[in-house]
Design a protein around this ligand. Sequence first.
Ligand code: SF4
Length: 494
Amino acid sequence: MESRYDPELAWRVHGRRPDADEPPRAHVETYGCQMNVHDSEVIRGVLAEIGYEKAGGPEDADLILVNTCCVRETAEKRILGRIGELQGLKRRHPGLVIVVAGCMSQQEGAVERILRRASGVDIIMGTHNLYRLPDLIQEAAAARAGARPGPVVEVWTEARGEVVEGLPVRRDPGVRAWVTIMYGCDSFCTYCIVPYVRGRERSRLPEDIRREVEELALEGFKEVYLLGQNVNSYGRDLPAGPGRTFSGLLRELDRVEGVARIRYTTSHPRNFTDDIIEAVAECERVCENFHLPAQSGSTRILKRMNRGYTREDYLALVERIRRRVPGAAFSTDLIVGFPGETDADFEDTLSLVREVRFDSAFTFAYSPRRGTPAAEAPDQVPPEVKKERLHRLIETQNEVSLARNRELVGCEVEVLVEGEAERRPGLAAGRSRTNKLVLFRPPEGVKPADLVGREVVVRVEEAHTWSLEGRCVGDRDAGGPNAGRVRAEGRCPS
Ligand code: SF4
């Protein structure tokens, strides 16, 4: 990361000197998906590299960066409101620098909308140029000093050149680390703004990803979550070679010692090929939960969404996975009230939920996104119909989730412990290989905190809609009885 960053000039903008006792402080606020959460980890790394410390909150900061999301129209309104609010802090601290980053800035007309709402914003940048942040702060400092007044705007709708490697990352502590394997999306689903704001697919090289995962293992992270808008199409933009397909990458990363689990998100059912199913079945570290966004159970609506598969294709894919990966868990994303969705189409979605028996689902009422084809469709579904369908969908999914969890009562599942349960002091909490939240009583005399990062075996005694509860009967890391690998299906009484 080459930069012409000059601390003397940039720090002056905050009313501090680089040799002052206290370094400047930065506060990062994040909206949106996991890609954005991870981008914020990179932003914090870049800021730390040039001397910023983490602020206790916005009131305490010299620089506030809002990492925005534009996937939903409501999110944009909320974010614009928040940016407007933050401007008030400048009255108390004139040296405060406000940065707006993320995919909202890359949307058509967004820069004007941001500046109309908050003229005091100093920097507007996108998602492709995070590595330019030090230089942009520098330019903002120069602008403040009068050389070039006004906000610094650098928004690229497409990345320029290759994927930038070697950016510093400040990860949140824990057992799990997020690793971006590719950027952008080529799918152009008719409701989605992502391809327009995050650009076309660009894959990182497998050797760079492997190096990062090896470093994470050395740092003590136990679970690696691979990220991309459509990870199944990883490598399509690279010349052919080892590890340059998604299945090849999974096999490559499965060899990294020290990492206990590999997960990935998001998949696209159209690109979930048999070689990926084989890789999940054969790779010990790759977990058996399949997040396969179906979006709708109606082939007619799927076609209008430009999803590239039918209901039958989706069901056949689930069937192939179930045959090859016993105990596989399925989660999904579902949209109700897409333009033109009839009662019959909606019933198809409900029946898909019952037929697949999803373990869990993220459910949404369709909200039109400016700049996408679906937003222009004349046959929008009235809000009250969407609301009622969403309610019925959630009810149906909750029943199915509870039934799926009840099937595990009496079984032993493997849990990677993350800490003490948030609302149940004394209980430890972690995730099964199938990504279910599991709470359990630790063995006598052991505190939940002592188990963080360990893989233990839990016998399930109770099932709820969103979690399982049980007691610890084995510790894979400590050895002893019951310490063997428990794959997805769990060890169940015969
Ligand atoms: S696959 Fe479709 S929904 Fe997912 S990011 Fe790409 S365009 Fe959006």
